[in-house]
Ligand binder design. Structure first.
Ligand SMILES: NC(=O)c1ccc[n+]([C@@H]2O[C@H](COP(=O)([O-])OP(=O)(O)OC[C@H]3O[C@@H](n4cnc5c(N)ncnc54)[C@H](OP(=O)(O)O)[C@@H]3O)[C@@H](O)[C@H]2O)c1
Length: 370
């Protein structure tokens, strides 16, 4: 079976890397794959290109590089209508890929799952983290139609591991990890004796932070990732259930100007230096930890800055790496499941989107051996 792919967000960092990787890795090559990938659609936030017979490499690259004239659109629903009117289910399967960072695409995801036979692969965590648990369950109930492994720790087996634990009836009792490369980098630099404000400024200049660093330091991104993992494990959790303590006090987040924000947080340099030294005196380091712990069958979710022993699994984490640990029956506390991996990265994210696509192929065949 051919797998048709419609990539929304194709002009972005992840989207353009994905398009290039699909062609470079030969996913479209009949000599390599029985189930070839055919890119049939590409969309930016304003324009799209849909060709049911397939989009060539040159055409796709022109789109991602924003060269050429394309049809403008007002709503993704109109694109969906165009696809539904022309797609022949007997000839191919079709999957939409959401590699936008957009909020508000949840109704589009819902419509696809509710009213079509198409699948979705998303690296955008918003549709599954900003909705309620019921909607999450509705969207993700069929793993053959909804892939979201890149929404948390895109470089590792996190989401799929917890979905599988749920389905083998061994829900995790503990999930603990560091899921923010940016906050991991800041913690590592603090250990080297650098000042918080200088680290954040440097991280922003290197492109490690969100455009406004408060969107990393408020801890919400980490909380959303924890929520997705708890939900994937089958716990009916909501954002309001998470006790989120931001990396720095809330008061600083009112600065809309990045420059004012960076200037204001110099006030925190001394207190952070003291925290680091106090932790060091006890053989500890600071880590921004996300944790779900079950107490009497009820999950308790917390996100915040913690002291952890330097020699512990989270204490030994360096730089932008992410780590996740889980405890369940099969992986007890003295031998937990643990994965350290890049939490992001364009190439690894694009590859794991392609893996999610593979998992949706109903008649999947392995790569043809040469
Ligand atoms: N970077 C990583 O390593 C990584 C890892 C895991 C997950 N992710 C996730 O992947 C997603 C994409 O990240 P990115 O860095 O590639 O973002 P990006 O460079 O900002 O690209 C966003 C893309 O989405 C399009 N877009 C924006 N709003 C849209 C809307 N309302 N409807 C349709 N398309 C829209 C943009 O089109 P225009 O060109 O018209 O603006 C652009 O093509 C994010 O959700 C991110 O959290 C990223």
């Amino acid at each position: 079976m051919i797998q048709d792919v419609f990539i929304i967000g194709a002009t972005g960092n992840v989207g353009s890397t994905l398009v290039r990787q699909i062609f470079a890795k030969g996913d479209t090559n009949l000599n390599l794959h029985v189930n070839i990938t055919r890119i049939v659609g590409l969309a930016s936030s304003t324009h799209y290109f849909y060709a049911p017979v397939g989009i060539s490499r040159d055409e796709a690259l022109a789109f991602v590089e924003k060269k050429g004239q394309y049809e403008a659109y007002d709503s993704l629903f109109s694109i969906l209508d165009a696809v539904r009117n022309t797609h022949a289910p007997d000839a191919s399967e079709l999957v939409f890929v959401d590699v936008t960072a957009a909020k508000g695409l949840e109704p589009f995801h819902k419509k696809i799952i509710k009213d079509t036979e198409f699948g979705i692969v998303t690296a955008n965590k918003n549709p599954i983290a900003l909705c309620d648990y019921k909607t999450f369950r509705f969207l993700t109930h069929d793993p053959g139609r909804y892939g979201f492994r890149c929404s948390v720790m895109a470089g590792a087996e996190a989401v799929n591991f917890f979905q599988d634990l749920k389905d083998v009836n061994d829900q995790p009792k503990l999930i603990q990890g560091c899921f923010s490369g940016t906050l991991g980098y800041i913690c590592s630099q603090l250990e080297k004796g650098k000042q918080l404000s200088a680290i954040v400024r440097d991280a922003k200049e290197r492109g490690y932070t969100e455009p406004h660093p408060r969107d990393d330091l408020n801890g919400l991104d980490v909380a959303r990732k924890l929520l997705i993992l708890a939900r994937a494990s089958g716990y009916p959790t909501e954002m309001k259930d998470i006790d989120v303590v931001p990396f720095i006090p809330d008061a600083y987040f009112s600065h809309d100007s990045v420059e004012r924000f960076l200037a204001a947080i110099t006030e925190l340099d001394t207190s952070f230096a003291v925290k680091v030294q106090q932790a060091k005196g006890k053989g500890n380091v600071l880590r921004y930890v996300a944790k779900m712990q079950c107490e009497n069958g009820k999950p308790k979710l917390t996100v915040g800055l913690k002291e952890v022993p330097v020699a512990s699994p989270l204490g030994s984490l360096a730089g932008t790496s992410n780590k996740i640990m889980a405890v369940c029956e099969a992986y007890p506390a003295d031998a937990p499941y643990a994965v350290e991996a890049p939490g992001a990265g364009l190439a690894v994210t694009a590859q794991n989107i392609r893996r999610d696509l593979l998992y949706q192929l109903k008649g999947r065949k392995h790569l043809i051996e040469r």
